[in-house]
Design a protein around this ligand. Sequence first.
Ligand code: ADP
Length: 463
Amino acid sequence: MSAVHPFLAHAPGELVSAFVVPLVSLAYLLGVDWRMTLITLVPVALALAPVPLMATPARLREQREVDAAKGRITGSVIEFVQGISVVKAYGGAERAHHRFLAAKDAFVATFDRWVRGLSRPAAAVQLVLSPPFVLLVVLTGGAVLVTHGALPPADLLPFLLLGLGLTAPVAALGHGFDDLSAAGRAVGRIRDVLSVPPLPEPGHPVPVRGGRVELRGVHFGYDGGHEVLRGVDLVLEPGTVTALVGPSGSGKSTLARLLPRFSDPTRGAVLLGGADLRRVAGPELYRTVSCVFQDVRLLRASLADNIALAVPRADHAAVVRAARLAGVHDRILRLPRGYASVVGEDAGLSGGEAQRIALARALLADTPVLVLDEATSFADPETERAVRRALAAREGERTVLVIAHRRETVADADVAVLLVDGVIAEQGRPAELLARGGAFARFWEAHGPAPADGASTGRGVRP
Ligand code: ADP
């Protein structure tokens, strides 16, 4: 957007002045003497000659490479800054810095190649448009005409004065062209983003009846590549908590994100209250399913508004009730403006606290289906207690799916599902699964979720 801005905001004014002044001057000079006018235009003609050389497909391709190299520098800086705590903790500063240096070197090489190709024609253009050169041409041509008696000496004066006015805007047009081509390339990138097709909305929506969730033969792969889910059959009954466990990368988050329809399965179907998600209207879907994922996003609004996001008309008592249940009420009261504190201004919250706000938001929405990621990154005892309390408060017939990282969560769940490499390896009541001594029991033993009290199991690898 910032590349498009200068062109849209400034180009109209600049183009008008770039054209109007020279055209009026040209008309006047033509009235004085047409031969002298042609001589004055010689530098302009010379300056335009190399333009085709500077806009060949190869040059444009190089320019796109320069843009991409610049993007990689920005990317490596952002990556470095976002991961700075990890980088510091693990002493990888040099390695992370190295990636930035590599991106910088690649940019310098690309930019150098591009500039080298352009520098000669660009210098030539600047030379022929420079005032001394223009004056030299006008004076030489004028002297010839005057000595042959073809031009009264006084008529040379307007050409000396206005000749420069003809050439200067050509240079401005050159910059305008740069802005135009930068804006054009930026528009191409914006169009790439906008052309990602939205998930299609159903033409004839089917109503959702209840909160039963069913995955039927679900296959899923990102961008049609490697299959992350390979034939998952799973039923989540209302009034039950299902704990999803499995090694990292086994597809737990991918599966959980199918419930709020962040993606559609490539094969099979996800049914919500008996209706295929692809046939459920968006607003109804979000009235039925709410989620709390690891990457909590709070809006720059008051905490009360953040909690009441899904229910803007909720009264304050309901907001407070949800915040209490999510274990964040006392923390909010300790803020100077309490529930009116604004995220990003005076509501400085830790990761765990932000997650509890998101949990309060989901609890207030009170949807029949709740999807939770019991994130490891924000594992603090208070958040963990809040999640447990929220899961235990089985108000009515809520269907809960939790990506579980702690033993207690799994043990308290009605059903445990072990996902391994995109396939359900085993599912059933946690105690029965442990007693059976199958895949679940082996997973639990080998690198099962760590106990909630934080004591190390010795093997302590979390999934
Ligand atoms: P888990 O939650 O069990 O750790 P995920 O569902 O996050 O596993 O990931 C399963 C696999 O899908 C991994 O191999 C991961 O690299 C891949 N994956 C996850 N998200 C994306 C994405 N947005 N694009 C491409 N691949 C992804």
